[in-house]
Structures are given as C-alpha cells and as structure tokens.
Design a protein around this ligand. Structure first.
Ligand code: C2O
Ligand code: CU
Ligand code: CU
Length: 495
C-alpha cells in the first residue's frame, strides 16, 4: 500500500496533469504514456429480463473477477453478471418484476434498488443480507417515474468497500410519458449511461481501499477516473444530440460537470423524474448517489471533453478546505463522426409534476448531520459520524412515519463538509436551501440531496403504499465511508 506521504506527493505532482486528463498517479506513468482518451467507452449490456407469467424476471449474479484497467495489470474486482459493474436493468412502470440475486462473492452482502419505492423487506438494505452461495428474490411492482436509477450493495459497514470493488449498475425506467417524448432513446448510441467513479490503485494493480483515518473522514477518493469502468474513454457520436445519463457512483467525490469548451447543454431529469422544462446551463453539480440526465448538441462536429471542474462550495471558509474538491478531472472525450444523423429538437415541456403542498405536511422532522472531530475519535468505540447525536444501530428504530402522511424533513449540516443525504422508500421535492428556492436543475423529484456546510435543506415527500411494523428503511449520507461509519438512521412506515 502506498504510504499517506507518497499519496500526497503524487497528488501534488499530478495536479497539472490531472487537468489535461491523463489517468495518473501511483502507478500512472504507464497510463499517461498510453495517450489520453485511448479507450473506447464501455457500455453496460442491457438486461431486459424474461416474462414469466405475470412477472418480468431478472437474474443478477454477484461474482468475483479481474479487470484490465491498465495494460499489463490485472485488478481483482467484483461485478454483476460480469467482471466489473453490472448490466443496465431495463424496467417499465406498472410491471411486476422479480430479481433473483445470487451472491457468489465469498462473503455476505446485499443489493439495494436506489431510488425505488418498494416494500421495506425488498429494499435490499442492511437487514436483507444475502449469504454467500444464497439467492434472494425480491419482487414488487415498478412504481417509479421514468428516470435513471441504480443498484448497489448496502451491507452494514461494508457498503463502501463492496461498491468500490465494483458492485453497482443502472436501472432505467420508462413509462407512458417518456414514451411520448421525442428524446434520444437509442441505448448506447444516443442514450448513454455514464457512471462516474474515481479509484485508487496499488502498485501491483489491485484497488487500494481506505488506508488511513483521512480516507474515512473525507470519504474514500481516488486519483484515477473510471467511466463505465473505462479509463481515459472516448465515445464516437453518430447523432447530432446525445442524451447522457450521469450517475455519480463514486464513494465520496462530488463532481461539477461541464464541457471543456464551456458549451451549454440542457438538463432534462433529476434522480427520480424529468424536470418540467429543460434547464439550459454550463455546469451541473452531482454528489455521490445523485443522477442527472443532460442533452448535449455535438452538431458542430468538434471533439469535446466532458469534464468535472473543481467543485465550488456554496458553504463557507472551512468547507472549502475540508470537503470541496479543488481538483478537476477529464471524464470522456466525445468524437462526432463526419456525417451525423439529425436529432429532434428538445421538447419545450417535458412533464407536469405532482405538487406537494407544505400546508399538507403532517409533521416537520429535523435531522442534524454531525462529524465530531477531535483526538482519539473512533478509537473510543463511538463514531464521530452522527445524525441527531446518534450513530447507526441496526437494532434501533429512529423515526416512525405514519402511512399516507406527507412530511417535511429539515436536514441541517453542522459539520465542516458537504453530505449527500439520501432517503429510501420515497422520492422528494426540495422546498428550499437556507430559505431560498432550489435552482431550476433541482426542481424534479429526488432521492438524494447535497446539504452543504452551514446549510439547512427542507424537502417534502409523501410516504404512501407500503407499511411494515418492523422492517425499516434507511436514511443516510451517501458518502459511503460516512454511511459505513454510522451516519445513517432507520425509519419505519406504520399503518
Ligand atoms: Cu444508494 Cu441507502 O443507498
Ligand atoms: Cu437508496
Ligand atoms: Cu457524509
């Protein structure tokens, strides 16, 4: 393992090269010599499932494997139906689905449907443990709106490691509304899933995971960008417009996405729905767990690089040093081919979203996110990562929600860095950030929201359909090392 000192040195030395997009550090010499954007972007295979009676059935096998991220090096990995990451599961709203999840990774894990509204016992959280060599078969009706979701493990204390090693994949949901919208929908051609993940490697090519207290406190970050498991990728565009489904599948890194020539693009969707109208911008920030769909026009035929710019924190002083990311990363080069097929105009109106009125809320719940810094923390048996003063306990239910209620959750960040706060079971709307209405790009349904330091975010949601007297749903920080260290709580929905 690289020492902390050598890591720091590499980051300093690598600083300039990062901006020019070379996959670098640690054993990065070899990668940078291989020229930038030298690998064709991998597109995860589609998994349509198989209709069996009334159900559509999908088989997902969690397995061990090896991947060749760098020439001449094999990296031991985990994957779903493959070596690294998993297939894109395609679902339709209203369909009954069943997922046969078989665990063969040699240790217990779980698989969670991030963003999905399902019964708590099928949620795939830390209570639905799948032992090695066992199959778990949750089934439910797809009740999501058309959007980009994902699946990943949620094993207590192990989520960060299992995701880092490669367990994650997309779920794309379509419905009657998305059917009628004239949007790019040719998977892998003009409708492209992009999972952004940073990784750190050991000298011999294996993944390096949490090697210091710093990695836990700040969340595990890497120095090498992977997009769909591809280092330094390029994509050949064959159409004038591309729809990019961005997923921040990183353990801890925030991205501030834009293009190297500062061209404008349109955001059309958030985590769990379309935006009512496309939002034109040149930047979009996505925290761990969040998704956004954008449409970019490449009809000028120029090569253009999708890049993450340094994150500008809206918080104050301390946060800049602590959580903000002053590094940029090039993610993907888009190379339009000579003759591009025409693309339709982006529809002016995408959807009419249901409204949730503050006056209908039965209760306001408050959540305080805390990191208690100080000497000896974590060694005394109590974690510095807390919500409302408590660290996660599997045996403790923290909140009880009444079935059918609309609630406001007020999330206050008292720590010196931003936290992406995620709630299971529901999709919510953001009411305000420190009293100010959300930006146009945050006005769709969401399941994860970045709460900056010294910020209070209020969200509103309806807890409908599923109640369970004892099986809880989770809420937590989606910086996976924070989640694993206790920044998580449990709620049940009671009939
Ligand atoms: Cu994406 Cu509770 O997690
Ligand atoms: Cu989730
Ligand atoms: Cu956090």
């Amino acid at each position: 393992m690289p020492t902390r000192r050598s890591v720091l040195k590499t980051i300093l030395v690598g600083g300039t090269a990062i901006m020019t997009g070379q996959a670098l550090p640690i054993f990065g010499r070899e990668a940078s010599a291989a020229s930038k954007f030298s690998n064709m972007l991998k597109i995860p295979p589609l998994l349509h499932g198989e209709k069996q009676g009334m159900e559509r059935v999908y088989d997902l096998r969690l397995q061990r494997g090896n991947a060749r991220f760098f020439k001449g090096y094999l990296t031991p990995t985990l994957g779903v139906n493959g070596n690294f990451l998993g297939p894109t599961v395609k679902m339709r709203t209203g369909e009954d689905v069943r997922l046969n999840v078989t665990n063969t990774i040699g240790e217990s894990t779980t698989l969670h449907w991030h963003g999905f509204h399902v019964p708590a016992k099928y949620d795939g959280g830390p209570h639905q443990v799948i032992s090695d060599r066992k199959t778990w078969s949750p089934h439910f009706k797809v009740m999501q709106m058309a959007a980009t979701y994902w699946y990943h493990p949620h094993m207590m204390h192990k989520t960060g490691e299992h995701v880092w090693r490669g367990l994650a994949g997309f779920i794309i949901v379509e419905d009657n509304i998305s059917d009628k919208l004239n949007l790019p929908r040719d998977y892998g051609v003009n409708d492209i899933p992009l999972v952004l993940q940073d990784r750190r490697f050991n000298r011999e090519g294996s993944f390096s995971y949490v090697s210091s207290m710093h990695d836990v406190m700040m969340g595990m970050k890497g120095d090498t960008m992977l997009v769909n498991g591809t280092i330094a990728p390029y994509f050949e565009a064959k159409t004038q417009k591309l729809r990019l489904r961005l997923l921040n599948g990183s353990n801890a890194r925030f991205y501030n996405i834009g293009f190297d020539d500062e061209r404008l693009f349109h955001q059309i969707a958030t985590d769990g729905s379309f935006l009512e109208t496309p939002f034109e911008t040149n930047r979009i920030q996505i925290g761990p767990g969040e998704r956004a769909e954008i449409i970019v026009d490449v009809s000028d035929n120029k090569h253009v690089v999708l890049r993450s710019y340094p994150v500008v924190s809206s918080g104050m002083g301390m946060g800049r040093r602590m959580g903000s990311d002053m590094r940029g990363f090039d993610c993907l080069e888009i190379r339009p081919t000579a003759k591009l097929r025409p693309s339709p105009k982006i529809p002016a109106n995408l959807i009419v979203l249901p409204k949730l009125k503050e006056t209908e809320a039965a209760i306001t719940r408050r959540f305080k996110l805390e990191m208690r810094m100080g000497p000896g923390m974590m060694f005394g048996g109590s974690s510095p990562f807390r919500i409302n003063g408590k660290s996660m306990k599997l045996s403790r239910i923290d909140e009880v929600v009444k079935l059918g209620d609309t609630e406001i959750w007020e999330i206050e960040n008292n720590s010196p860095m931003p936290h992406p706060f995620h709630i299971h079971d529901i999709q919510f709307l953001i009411l305000d950030r420190n009293g100010r209405p959300p930006s146009p790009g945050e006005r769709g349904f969401k399941d994860t929201v970045t709460v900056n330091q010294a910020e209070t975010v209020r969200i509103i949601a309806k807890f409908a359909d599923y109640a369970d007297p004892e099986k809880p749903y989770m809420y937590h920080c989606h910086i996976l090392e924070h989640e694993d260290a206790g920044m998580m709580g449990q709620f049940i929905v009671k009939a």
